[in-house]
Design a protein around this ligand. Structure first.
Ligand code: AN7
Length: 369
């Protein structure tokens, strides 16, 4: 076995076992890495699993809900789990340029990990449809940032064509090692809960994540690290629901810009996950998404981006339809941080700061004292 090639800022080898070294270090035996893989990590993963009783009460449900807060990853979304593997493998192969199409989070993550690996990163985005925080990240991490006058599906088509030239490494989830990294979130949930959930709720865009979670749960079950397999419950936005509607959506539209996708790359794998797990896929309206976005912030103090609220809107629906039996253990993935999209958040909150003269009395008046 060769030793890990020296790479600046690669996984630290401190002796302190309390130091979390990222998902490759933690779950290497389940991942396509060897001692020869130069690990590029920002210590992603190990995200909190937070019980959300207030939200369940607001729903009128009688189950245990656990939120996996993926928004606290290094670039504030779940994409970092797949990107650590994708960029490490790209580096192992000697690639010098990584490229992705993105609705925002993949590009933020690719740009960060490429910077860490001293690689060039190119991101291809739908012009004008990227949440502000995500755009700031791509620019700040120094990615070559290209905005196409089209949607995500156009951007991904172009990126796939560029990938075929062999000159760039595509780090979208069409790259199977992305899915491998993302499945570690299912492992973490089982490790944290001490069991697998009965129901697993998540948003569905390009459908890589539902594919990854299902793969992760199945693998953990097969090595007896999980006692059961959850039913996968996916939610698309009503204006961007190709899997639910059973047809390609040429002009997808939704306030949840992360999942504004009309032709998901992992469509078939998602359909298989839904079928095998006796799962369920549905669409929720932008109004339902924004209501859930606000409700989770105000009942639990958890600020997640609009796409992450789609499964919460789904939980509200499924509770009303009595689809979640009392006593069930339910997980939902808060895929991205709320600060990614401050413009939508400020609009959704529905009120502005109260401007007052700089005096104690004026402030007291606003408080109602
Ligand atoms: C917060 O960044 O597709 O079904 O290009 O950012 O695996 O696509 C993002 C997707 C859910 C959907 N929640 O996951 C991209 C991109 C958030 C996301 C999804 C995305 P997939």
């Amino acid at each position: 076995m060769s030793s890990i090639p020296a790479i600046p800022h690669s996984a630290p080898r401190a002796s302190n076992s309390a130091l979390w070294r990222g998902v490759i270090d933690r779950y290497a035996r389940y991942l396509p890495v060897s001692d020869a893989t130069p690990i590029v990590t920002l210590h992603e993963g190990n995200t909190p699993l937070i019980r959300a009783d207030n939200f369940v009460e607001a729903c009128g449900g009688q189950f245990e809900l656990w939120l996996k807060y993926e928004g606290v990853n290094p670039t504030c979304s779940f994409k970092d789990r797949g990107m650590t593997v994708a960029v490490s493998k790209a580096r192992e192969r000697g690639a010098s340029i990584v490229i992705c199409a993105s609705t925002g989070n993949t590009s933020a993550s690719a740009a960060a990990y490429a910077a860490r690996a001293k690689m060039k990163c190119v991101v291809v985005l739908p012009h004008g449809k990227i949440a502000l925080g995500k755009l700031a990240q791509a620019l700040m991490y120094g990615a070559t940032t290209i905005a196409v006058e089209g949607n995500f599906d156009d951007a991904l088509r172009i990126v796939r064509e560029l990938g075929n030239t062999g000159q760039v490494e595509v780090v979208n989830s069409v790259n199977p090692v992305r899915i491998e990294g993302q499945k570690t979130a299912a492992f973490e949930i089982c490790d944290q809960l001490g069991r697998a959930p009965d129901f697993h709720f998540l948003p569905v865009g390009n459908a890589g994540n539902i594919t990854a979670y299902w793969k992760g749960y199945k693998e953990y079950y097969s090595v007896q690290k999980a006692d059961r397999l959850p039913r996968m419950f996916g939610f698309q936005a009503a204006g961007a629901a190709p899997i639910v509607d059973g047809r390609l959506i040429e002009k997808p539209e939704t306030v949840a810009s992360a999942i504004r996708i009309g032709n998901p790359a992992s469509w078939q794998a998602a359909t298989a996950a839904l079928k095998e797990s006796k799962g369920h896929i549905d669409k929720v309206t932008d109004e339902e998404i924004l209501a859930a976005h606000k409700l989770i912030a105000q009942t639990e103090g958890i600020f997640a981006e609009p796409a992450s609220a789609a499964p919460l809107a789904g939980i509200l629906r499924c509770t009303k339809a009595r689809m979640i039996p009392a006593g069930s253990v339910v997980t939902a993935i808060m895929t991205g941080h709320g600060l990614k999209d401050p413009e939508t958040a400020i609009k959704t909150a529905g009120f502005e700061p109260t401007i007052v003269a700089p005096k104690k009395e004026t402030v007291m008046k606003v408080i109602g004292l």
